[in-house]
Design a protein around this ligand. Structure first.
Ligand SMILES: *[C@@H]1O[C@H](CO)[C@@H](O)[C@H](O)[C@H]1NC(C)=O
Ligand SMILES: *[C@@H]1O[C@H](CO)[C@@H](O)[C@H](O)[C@H]1NC(C)=O
Ligand SMILES: *[C@@H]1O[C@H](CO)[C@@H](O)[C@H](O)[C@H]1NC(C)=O
Length: 391
């Protein structure tokens, strides 16, 4: 989570810098000239912002109330800065309407804001699809459209933004599959959680650079592809909470040696925890809560040097190796409740455990292992469904 904080800090810094420049510019304008803009960039921005204002239907905080006249740098939520290619030209570099509760959509002329480095529209009611013209924002570095009402297939237009590093589409209504190209773009952070995304996490991708990937709360299906290992050189946080994942965890997860946070809770993962996870030397948080893992909680995980919090509750583990039995003595937050551990309190009933443990899973045979061909999305199978607790 430290990384998420880093991104926030970076954003605030950028905004601070931009707004500072914008204030300075205003003062300057006051003293020197009252003439209309000679600056082509600001004129184009004026047209874009007026077109945008026309398709805003509700603005309860009146944020766009002062979007009047050519002085776009004084508009609420609009931040100006010197152009990176010409320090003497002031351009619109940022839009921040976070928590505006504004209803409307993004019109085609928004592509005229071609100097934008960041767009923050978190927690508004923007709807519809993203206009194609967004592809003209060649300097756009941060795009935060989270918590709005955008719909349609994954917006491929964001994949054509050459400078984009931070993509936040969470809490919208995007549906359908994720394009493999999302993971080949040079992004730092990808948030697509809480949408209506479906189908498999793509397995055919290479060249990814992301350090944070959050898939949580989508209706993906199938297994985590072994190609997840392609993230190894950059990935620090992988959140796959409640993503309808099934099948075995591929040993390749253990190649993600930079991981600090791995959260796979609320899925239908089966089989043993791969011993390769012992290679995650930076792992601080591992959450396997609410899956159907069996076998042992491996010693190699329990002795990871950076581990702070290990959650294995709500699975079918029947053994804990060595120190795993007493992790709290190492000062680690540990929850192993609701498993099949013979000597531990708060475990499943024997009957409940037998239903699952009598049907061991062979991960080599598994559709998602590196050697197996990829077939239709896996289901855990009816025999693996936990039996209702006896009355
Ligand atoms: C909205 O803001 C504008 C400009 O600041 C102001 O003139 C107008 O009266 C405001 N409208 C409401 C409904 O408060
Ligand atoms: C899991 O995700 C689905 C959407 O795929 C959502 O409807 C459900 O509320 C989520 N469950 C939890 C526990 O968050
Ligand atoms: C440990 O991790 C679990 C699951 O991720 C979380 O719910 C809990 O709040 C964490 N506890 C601490 C003390 O960080």
């Amino acid at each position: 989570m430290a990384l998420l904080l880093t991104f926030h800090a970076l954003t605030s810094l950028l905004l601070f810098h931009i707004s500072f420049v914008s204030t300075a510019t205003h003062t300057h304008h006051h003293h020197t000239s009252h003439s209309p803009n000679h600056n082509q960039h600001l004129q184009k921005a004026y047209h874009a912002l007026q077109a945008w204002k026309k398709v805003i239907y509700s603005d309860p905080k009146n944020l766009t109330g002062d979007w009047i006249g050519p002085s776009v740098c004084s508009y609420t939520g609009v931040f100006c800065a010197p152009s990176p290619s010409d320090a003497n030209t002031i351009v619109v570099a940022g839009i921040d309407l976070n928590h505006g509760d504004i209803a409307g959509f993004l019109p085609e002329p928004i592509g005229l804001l071609s100097d934008l480095a960041l767009i923050h529209l978190n927690s508004n009611r923007f709807c519809g699809i993203l206009p194609r013209s967004l592809s003209q924002l060649s300097l756009l570095y941060e795009l935060d459209l989270s918590n709005n009402r955008f719909v349609g297939p994954f917006p491929d237009v964001v994949l054509s933004l050459p400078s984009l590093k931070y993509l936040d589409l969470r809490y919208n209504e995007f549906e359908g599959p994720l394009p493999p190209k999302l993971f080949s773009n040079p992004l730092d952070a990808i948030f697509v959680n809480n949408n209506r995304l479906t189908s498999l996490i793509p397995r055919d991708f290479t060249g990814t650079t992301a350090s944070v990937v959050v898939f949580a709360n989508n209706a993906f299906s199938g297994c985590l592809p072994p190609t997840i290992a392609h993230f190894a050189d950059t990935l620090e946080e992988l959140l796959l909470i409640n993503s309808s994942l099934s099948g075995c965890l591929p040993p390749e997860v253990g190649y993600l040696y930079k991981l600090r946070v791995l959260d796979m809770s609320y899925n239908s993962l089966v089989g043993p925890v791969p011993y390769s996870l012992a290679g995650l030397g930076h792992l601080e948080l591992l959450n396997l809560d609410h899956n159907m893992f069996t076998g042992t909680v491996p010693l190699g995980v329990c002795v990871l040097p950076s581990l702070q919090n290990l959650t294995v509750s709500d699975n079918y583990f029947y053994e804990e190796e060595g120190i795993c039995r007493d992790l709290t003595s190492r000062g680690i937050v540990f929850d192993d409740s609701n498993n099949c551990l013979p000597d531990k309190p708060h475990q499943r009933s024997q009957k409940d455990c037998e239903v699952v443990l009598d049907h061991p899973v062979d991960c080599y045979d598994h559709e998602c292992s590196a050697t197996a061909p990829q077939a239709s999305p896996l289901t855990a199978g009816p025999s693996l469904a936990p039996a209702p607790a006896p009355a």
